[in-house]
Design a protein around this ligand. Sequence first.
Ligand code: SF4
Length: 530
Amino acid sequence: MPEVVITCDWTMMSNHHGKEFLGFGTTTPAYILPEGVYKRLFFPDMPVDENGFPRQAPYGMRKIEASLMDAGFDARIVHPSHLDRYMPGQAKLLLISGHDYFGLNPPSSTFGGVMKKETLNCVNFKRMLTQPAVVEARKRGLKIIAGGPCAWQLAPATRFKLPWIQEFVDSFGGIDSVVEGEADLFVKDIVGKALRDEFLPPHIVLGAKEAPKVEQISSIRFPSVNGLVEIGRGCCRGCSFCSVTTRPTRWYPLDKIEEELKVNAKINVRKGILHSDDVLFYGSPNIMPHEEKLIPLLQLAKRYYQQVGWSHVAIATLMTKPKILSKCAEVLIDDKQDWWGVEVGVETGSPRMITAAMPGKVAPFKASQWPELVVQAAGLMNDNHVFPACTFIVGLPQETEDDVQRTIDLIDDLWEFKAILVPMFFVPLGHLQSKDWFRRDRLSPLQQELLKRALTHGLRQSKRMLNDFFDWEGHNTKLVRGAFRGFIGFIELLAGMHGLTSEPTRPGRPIVDPTRTPDRLPVPTIPVRE
Ligand code: SF4
């Protein structure tokens, strides 16, 4: 039985009905309806075995678990409802992880800020750490180390700026160490020190130098949530607001990926997600997709999963080789799969903002081409059965009213785009971490209009996508689809009552594949230096 327990809160320890995108629902507050309704809709409980070990767990935590097990530690991921089996008493060390401990990351900060309430992920994280079993174990000497993508939220500097976080940390007896960055190697070191009762540094930031090489990264031993497997790490585009860009780019060989696909397929996971910060880049040494690497990857994934989704794709990558998407569709779309999802960072409709904050995002195109590239990519995606979630950033430090208007114009152009547009308040990360958070009280009337336009687009397109989205065969499909139809209708009603909807003042552009439609602008082709 483990002496090192790894866990997270209930919003993360869920497969979100097999739809990773529904995880976004945990970044909202429980608004009007009781929390139990949101739990059923967005984060139903993950089944566990007789030891309280979850059937699937978040991928990043599986990587840490595998690193520790490979190094000979007695470590396991435990479901947050079963921590009391191991503490107080048996467990000596608790490792905690999260995407957004306190709802400070986008989009939680947007939803929580607008509704002026704590988001579900924050409420559940606090609940997890203040369970009597954890508090009692802490009193008896349990050590706690925090990590994960939002570790910065527990770092001393954040606690200094946001005293309510420090108060919370004090309420359960404190945190011994906070580790930011890729900890595949470092975790063995710090866990060893913790178990030997040696001094633990209160805050560690692991940078590019400490990033593990591919061969040093352990393969997961147990299944990951929604069959997610990593195909590589890092991104070379250098957007100023993003922390991913500070990591070196590495691609996993196919045999390493296959090892993890097998782990998931073994328990009959038949739908999975390929994860990287740009899946189209797989195996590429530059910023062009490499078909000869990408297509075999998709074929491999399809051998194990009936349905394959992607985590992220960059618009500029897609537009450098627009025809590659139909080749991907030839592999992925079949009688078991009608569509696939992916997250796409649009961020702005303003070429000026592209130049100011994210010049690499548009490479190898020009910033002035950005809005047109987005519309053309939208056409490509929808015509090839890709229904993405597109993020927009509101309140970047350099943003002007003209930039906001251009983003609204772009949303109007995308009115027929079968996608969810997710506006997010700026959060100081990456190279902009010294800047201030964007908050609700700073919203200009035009920025409010942008939020309303995105919400109206989202409600309209969500209704269109419901049947695609809940496409699995199962006794509860109709029930779940009906519940979500009711939920969307409820939000629509509330939004209408509070004047939160907004329609475009001009018709949207037809969203069609530019490579098949001669009357649209030609797709720019700009050579990339090898
Ligand atoms: S393209 Fe995406 S992952 Fe890459 S640096 Fe920009 S925001 Fe980060």
